[in-house]
Design a protein around this ligand. Structure first.
Ligand code: AMP
Ligand code: GLY
Length: 429
């Protein structure tokens, strides 16, 4: 069969790599892909922000299955448009994707279905937001309602900062366009955990858990990024806590969406805070996480395509998942300046040497291939990944491979997985 993957980052490289391993797949196409993805898939150009261009690619390629990587095509209604055309696609409809694309929608949904989450207020004007602020203790979290590429969440230590954040979000000063709604949230503390579940609209089946490292700096300092690394271990979430999250959060969300006649088909990313009072939802995403996916998929032994197809066909409960025991880690190499401005076009050396470290896969996030050579083409450039019997082993392989790679301005965190190594596993019940 022929599979089309939409997107062009590290997550999509990992998806194409895993899809290609399926014995049933004869061709993988990626739109738009990137320099590294070209080694596992045929890349075709597309404007991911343009629904008609996405449909043009889908109609000319006529894949047997399409897998949507990023959130924007979901928000544009790509899945709805493909379903109308009778084309098989893995991902939620535009309405179901509102669990990610509108934080106000997600919070109200969680309240309706008693899914644990921080206390909140959805505010439709600056004045209402200023008044609602009085109900919250400090620090307080101020969030843009809509998609903000990781820039829409502000943790405010004092009232002045919160008022400023509210003003900046409503005026468009912060994100470039004015928000219609702003969400104010109680500040939660604890360890964060990403639990991704596949859903066929009725059943939720968890993937192995992961933890992301969102800040640019070691020790979790500095501004938020798209993710500087992730890891997954067998011990980060014990069976009892895993069951609790599945029952009280993931399956409840899937049931709630079905009951509201917006069934959720695809991958539901539950971004959790493991608080002293139990797990609470920080956010839902309607897609695979990046870089969590790069850490999760190398642990999957069973066929990813079988699982994705089972979601589309509503028979996920019959599907068997097999995972390699142990751990995995993905460390991101970024361009100097990221998440702010950065230069591109830098020559990347040492990729072949890095790939020779046993068990290592180098997923490309932002690269281009020019005259047979890879150059940087984004803020996040590479995701160096390895699995191992233990987290220490996986990290050892990753950092050995990373040491063989170089490009001008290359930055990466040397402390990925530090919480687990310090014995601070997020999900012990
Ligand atoms: P979100 O996009 O909603 O997941 O927020 C991005 C990041 O902001 C999360 O990964 C957390 O680190 C932090 N965050 C979001 N909401 C809260 C909250 N209510 N309390 C504490 N931290 C939060
Ligand atoms: N790793 C965070 C995200 O994918 O949104």
């Amino acid at each position: 069969m022929k599979v089309l993957v939409i997107g062009g980052g590290g997550r999509e490289h990992a998806l194409c790599w895993a899809i290609r391993r399926s014995a049933r797949v004869s061709e993988v196409v990626c739109a738009p892909g990137n320099g590294g993805i070209a080694s596992v898939a045929r890349c075709v150009a597309v404007d991911q922000k343009d629904l008609s261009d996405l449909l043009r690619v889908v109609e000319s390629e006529r894949p047997d299955l399409t897998v949507v990587g990023p959130e924007l095509p979901l928000a544009l209604g790509l899945v709805d448009a493909m379903m109308e055309r009778g084309l098989r696609v893995f991902g939620p409809t535009r309405e179901a994707a509102m669990l990610e694309t509108s934080k106000g929608y997600a919070k109200r949904f969680m309240q309706r279905h008693t899914i644990p989450t921080a206390a909140y207020a959805v505010c439709e004007s600056r004045q209402v937001a200023q008044e609602s602020l009085e109900m919250f203790h400090l620090p307080v979290v101020i969030k843009a309602d809509g998609l903000a590429g990781g820039k829409g969440v502000l943790i405010c230590e004092d009232k002045d900062a919160a008022e400023q954040a509210i003003a900046d979000l409503f005026s468009g000063q912060l994100l470039g366009s004015a928000e219609k709604n702003v969400v104010i949230e109680e500040h939660l503390t604890g360890e964060e955990l990403s639990l991704l579940v596949l859903s066929d609209g009725k059943h939720a089946v968890p993937l192995v858990p992961a933890q992301d490292h969102k800040r640019i700096g070691e020790g979790d300092t500095g501004p938020n990024t798209g993710g500087m690394g992730a890891y997954s271990t067998d011990t980060m979430l014990d069976a009892q806590m895993g069951e609790w999250i599945l029952h009280h959060i993931a399956q409840k969300a899937v049931d709630g969406m079905a009951a509201e006649e917006t069934p959720f088909v695809g991958v539901l990313y539950c971004g959790l805070m493991m608080t002293a009072k139990g797990p609470m939802v920080l956010e839902f995403n309607a897609r695979f996480g990046d870089p969590e996916t790069q850490a999760i998929l190398p642990r999957l032994e069973s066929d990813l395509v079988d699982a994705l197809e089972a979601c589309v066909e509503g028979r996920l409960s019959e599907t068997e998942f097999r995972w390699t025991p142990g751990a995995s880690a993905c460390v991101v190499a970024a361009s100097a300046g990221y998440p702010g401005t950065y230069e591109t076009g830098k020559l990347i050396a040492g990729l072949e040497e890095a790939a020779r470290v046993p068990g290592v896969e180098v997923f490309h996030a932002g690269t281009m291939l020019e005259g047979g050579q890879f150059r940087t083409n984004g803020g996040r450039v590479l995701g160096v990944t390895a699995a191992g019997d233990t987290l220490e082993e996986a990290l050892g392989s990753v950092y050995e491979a990373m040491g063989r790679i170089s490009f001008e301005g290359m930055v990466y965190r040397r402390d990925i997985g530090h919480r687990a190594l310090e014995g601070r596993a997020p999900g012990k019940s």
